[in-house]
Design a binder for this molecule. Structure first.
Ligand code: ADP
Ligand code: MG
Length: 488
């Protein structure tokens, strides 16, 4: 990202540092809402998934969804966080058309999850980002401004859907770290199955808090909060713009107002929404319709026993057991589906070759076709077959690439392609000797040159022999026989 580098270069010279804290809103993976049994399915017709609770009819009573509570605790465990056995649901009061209750049920002073941490793998090593808290809250409905020219329409399907707000400590120091942080959070939640992390569908979005300070300063500068940013790229752009804006103000001798800002994607700038003075007074108070939420040790332990191996632990195991490099392991565990695919392939195929083929050829195809690994055109079982055919010398690595290209179409069995196309590697010494003889006879001049000391020509003979074998000759054998014939 060009702007990013400009920012870092320009501001580094000025010795400024950017400080970032994120409030991530992650939609809980759950079939029904936080306090009602309405469906949460994405993409339904507007206002078809709305119960009396979600529409806030008089007399309605919210009933907590136990599954959502479990999901929040599960996420807390994944963040190595303190789980609070007692938490409280508050009413956060504000007035808006897409909030029929006139308040959002949220957790304020007593969240369900307390302090935790997330480890980032940065190019220069690992970095720990503190988690302040995770609390459960309801999502609001959606105001639609671009359908009717005269009115705002409201869709309440999202109203009451469970969100986890995950608040980081102000530990992030660059747009790059924000990128890695969001991806790591998303990876952990996908492993846990607690949030699908789908940013296009709004399942993961963040309020981005930004301040700047001179390097070496021990206190933080005044922060601005950029509301509701729904892609990593926009978060990074917003941070860069905002940090530059704040540095400029400081350089001009002005001060920063603590305020809430909006990021305008089209103009690539942040704009003031409201200042601290007219900040909302949410008049938080415990929701009288809901008892404090109390969970037992057993409830938490049962959830703990369901926690799968998470990315950090999986990475450690991959490095120790399979001797992968740190880099390879990081790539292979970053997405749970990728790690599953990898483990499937190496069940009975060489690890080193599998790693190279997955991170090389396969990733290239997925990238090119914009596919997730779960949509891979080549199944793990067929890739492992291909790798075994390379390993046992049936085909060379070069021919394997041709076979791989064929496999992409219809996930074909590599063995069948090799048979149908006659691509089997030629490893019969007699046959190879014959064709090498031919090469030697056809290139008497080159042989003379070689014998008179032009050793570099050896590669030429290998090339000719390979060509003569239509690419199917076993390279090791060709090398061996050529050496014997030419040097003997
Ligand atoms: P609020 O409800 O006022 O937004 P929260 O505690 O929910 O407060 O969130 C505050 C967020 O701002 C946290 O993510 C925190 O890390 C971050 N933050 C706090 N101080 C600063 C600062 N000086 N610079 C950048 N981020 C900050
Ligand atoms: Mg906030």
């Amino acid at each position: 990202m060009k702007d990013l580098n400009e920012f870092l270069i320009k501001r580094d010279n000025n010795n400024y540092e950017v400080v970032i804290g994120l409030e991530v809103h992650a939609q809980v993976t759950s079939n029904s809402k936080l306090f009602s049994s309405s469906s949460t399915k994405f993409g339904a017709e507007p206002n078809t998934q709305v119960s009396l609770v979600d529409a806030a009819f008089p007399g309605m009573l919210p009933v907590i969804n136990e599954f959502c509570v479990k999901q929040a605790i599960k996420t807390g465990i994944g963040l190595k966080a303190q789980i609070n056995k007692k938490s409280v649901f508050d009413r956060k009061n504000y007035f808006y058309a897409d909030l029929p209750q006139g308040y959002q049920i949220s957790q304020y002073k007593h969240p369900i999850v307390g302090e935790g941490k997330v480890i980032l793998d940065m190019p220069n090593g690992q970095k720990e980002i503190g988690i302040e808290r995770l609390h459960l809250e309801q999502d609001a409905g959606k105001s639609i401004h671009d359908i009717d020219p005269n009115s705002t329409l409201v869709d309440l399907n999202r109203s009451g859907v469970a969100l986890m707000e995950i608040v980081s400590k102000p530990d992030l120091r660059s747009p790059d770290e924000v990128n890695v942080y969001i991806k790591k959070l998303r990876s952990i939640m996908r492993y846990l199955g607690t949030c699908d992390g789908n940013m296009q569908e709004g399942s993961l979005r963040a309020d981005v808090n930004v301040s700047v300070r001179k390097k070496g300063e021990t206190t933080f500068g005044t922060r601005c909060e950029i509301k509701n940013v729904n892609s990593i790229k926009f978060m990074q752009m917003a941070i860069i713009f905002e940090a530059n804006r704040q540095v400029d103000l400081i350089e001009e001798g002005k001060s920063i107002d603590q305020e809430t800002r909006l990021f305008d994607i089209k103009k690539n700038e942040t704009r003031s929404m409201r200042s601290k003075e007219d900040a909302h007074d949410y008049r938080y108070f415990p929701d009288p319709d809901l008892l404090p939420l109390e969970v037992t040790d057993k409830f938490i332990d049962d959830i703990r026993s369901e926690i799968p191996e998470l990315p950090d632990e999986k990475k450690k195991r991959f490095i120790e057991k399979f001797k992968l490099t740190h880099y390879e392991a990081t790539i292979l565990v970053s997405d749970i589906e990728t790690s599953k695919y990898f483990e499937e392939v190496i069940k009975d195929a060489d690890v080193k070759l599998s790693t190279n083929w997955i991170t090389g050829e396969l990733f290239a195809v997925l990238n090119e076709k914009s596919l997730e690994i779960s949509q891979s055109p080549i199944s793990a079982i067929n890739l492992s077959k291909l790798i075994n055919l390379i390993k046992d010398g049936t085909i060379s690595g070069k021919i394997a690439k041709t076979v791989f290209e064929e496999m992409i179409v219809g996930d074909q069995d590599p063995q069948k392609i090799i048979e149908a196309k006659g691509l089997k590697q030629e490893s019969d010494p007699k046959a190879l000797e014959e064709l090498i003889e031919k090469v030697i006879q056809n290139n008497a001049d080159k042989v003379a040159e070689y014998k008179s000391g032009k050793g570099k020509l050896f590669g030429f003979f290998v090339g000719q022999a390979m060509k003569e074998s239509k690419g199917k000759g076993n390279p090791q054998l060709i090398n061996k026989i050529l050496k014997e014939k030419l040097n003997g």
